[in-house]
Design a protein around this ligand. Structure first.
Ligand code: GRF
Length: 204
């Protein structure tokens, strides 16, 4: 079977990027990491890509006339590299139809809450402030909205009495690093089916 060609978009630390690279190296993920797209030159994820010999498209949003202009440039890069799956992992920018339309169904994101609860920024802090006893991780397709696309997979994380944000963040990130490579592997195996907004995973 041909390996799925993936690109990751990230703006920060890149622990999810690393987990995907590691899963490929360990033979658990039958994909190739073709490209990192990053909007921040000082982000740790850029170093991680260099270490793993992954090509990086580093761009400065301010050097473009508008969002559409840099998204067109990103799209060109994705097409040149024949990317099958775009994986957002801590990419701190809104994605618009310039990318969503050509990649709908092949564009996924990971979010640190059980969506539709707590979309947007600081999702873990939002859950703590609200006082929920459970939060978690969601992997979903990206549509035009803010964390609103069809849900592919979710895992719950308990919030213990008196838990601090760092404790919950650690538990959430541990789950993320397992779940994201797993979901991408389901893609590779053709197990994911999207029917309207319902996602079915074929586990047989
Ligand atoms: C993760 O918590 C992810 O859920 C969110 O951004 C964070 C990125 O972390 N979308 P990292 O850069 O992969 O370490």
């Amino acid at each position: 079977m041909e390996r799925l060609r993936m690109a990751v978009f990230a703006s920060g630390n890149g622990s999810n990027f690393q987990a995907l690279v590691d899963a490929i190296q360990e033979g658990q993920l039958h994909a190739t990491m073709e490209l990192l797209v990053c909007d921040r030159p000082t982000a740790k994820v850029v170093e991680r890509a260099e270490q793993a010999s992954v090509d990086t498209f580093l761009f400065h949003p301010k050097q473009y006339a508008n969002r559409e202009a840099y998204e067109m440039e990103i799209l060109k890069q994705l097409e040149e590299k024949q990317i099958d799956l775009v994986v957002l992992a801590g990419y701190m920018r809104i994605i618009t139809e310039t990318l969503v339309t050509p990649y709908y169904g092949r564009l996924i994101n990971i979010h640190p809450s059980l969506l539709p609860a707590f979309p947007g920024k600081d999702a873990i802090q939002q859950a703590l402030d609200y006082g929920t006893k459970v939060t978690g991780v969601t992997v979903h397709f990206v549509d035009g909205g803010m964390d609103t696309g069809p849900i592919i997979a979710q895992r719950a994380v308990a919030i213990d009495e008196g838990a601090h944000s760092e404790d919950v963040t650690q538990s959430v990130q541990r789950i993320e690093r397992e779940l994201y490579p797993q979901v991408v592997q389901w893609f590779c195996e053709g197990r994911i089916q999207l029917i309207d907004r319902i996602v079915q995973i074929n586990h047989s």
